[in-house]
Ligand binder design. Structure first.
Ligand code: MF3
Ligand code: CO
Ligand code: CO
Length: 275
């Protein structure tokens, strides 16, 4: 049995307890603002994601741009994470820590930004191609973006969460890629990580039924090789077990009466590379 609860903006702060929150118009307004700012930050990074830049320099740009926009990076101080974004290069699946690492020609990198605006969270990530990238890497990035968008196509009232998972898994596996199991999308709103868990593998017609007012992310991590991951000793960086490439895209969305609304659409149309 899944439970749902209509929440006012104040009730949206309720701790995660397995109940899926149904948000109202004020929630939509808050999420539109937060989502747009997060997407604009990713847009503004485009000219800077080039060979020679460090992930720490990109993190500085994210923090400065977030604060200039009247938002706060949600990852800053989150469970001991001390950066404003995650930078996940090549075999890094997610939660790469910005630092002295220099981006090199041929790298693919995911930059994941979450901002808080008036308490609402906008969470989004995209892949960037650094210089000249191999056809193999580019194909993984393309298919991963297609996985996200095919999942989003299933996000409508009357469908089930499993319909999203199934669409993503079938497309990835049809292309002989592995879908990461250890990390998933999540409800969000005034909480960064809320119910439900949005897993990226599953069966159609299973899981909670989608209802207007639900807010969650879809953020498939797709591996060029096998699905398995390994956590590095820093406790954050997840890499592919076989050290093959991994890619990810993330949007924050809402279920609406007629389908869904993407809060983190790029204002400049820079949704997937080349930008
Ligand atoms: N933005 C990530 C997500 O999509 C979460 C990052 S948490 C951090 O859910 F602490 F690793 F930054
Ligand atoms: Co997320
Ligand atoms: Co994210």
């Amino acid at each position: 049995m899944n439970q749902y609860m209509k929440v006012s903006p104040e009730e949206a702060y309720r701790a995660r307890d397995g109940v899926i929150k149904i948000h109202g118009e004020e929630g939509f307004a808050g999420m539109r603002k937060a989502g747009r700012i997060a997407a604009e930050i990713l847009d503004d990074l485009v000219p800077h994601v080039v060979p020679g830049v460090t992930t720490g320099e990109l993190d500085d740009m994210v923090r400065e741009q977030a604060l200039r926009s009247g938002s706060v990076p949600a990852t800053l101080g989150y469970r001991g994470f001390t950066h404003s974004c995650c930078t996940s290069i090549n075999q890094v699946v997610c939660h790469g820590i910005p630092g002295d690492t220099v981006l090199r020609d041929g790298d693919i990198v995911n930059i994941d930004v979450t901002v808080i605006v008036d308490g609402w969270h906008g969470d989004t990530s995209r892949m960037y191609l650094v210089g000249d990238v191999s056809i193999k890497a580019k194909r993984l990035v393309d298919v991963t973006y297609e996985c996200l968008m095919l999942g989003i196509e299933q996000a409508k009232p009357g469908n089930f969460l499993g319909d999203i998972s199934h669409a993503i898994q079938s497309h990835a596996e049809k292309n002989r890629y592995g879908v990461v199991r250890e990390f998933c999308g999540h409800g969000l709103g005034r909480l960064f990580h809320d119910s439900p868990e949005v897993v990226h593998v599953g069966q159609a017609g299973t899981g909670p039924e989608l209802k207007p007012g639900m807010f969650f992310t879809i953020e498939p991590m797709i591996n060029g090789g096998k699905a398995g991951t390994k956590m590095l000793s820093d406790g954050w960086t997840a890499v592919t077990r076989d050290r093959k490439l991994s890619a990810q895209f993330e949007h924050s969305i809402a279920i609406t009466e007629t389908g869904c609304e993407i809060f983190t659409q790029s204002p400049k149309g820079l949704n997937n590379p080349p930008y």
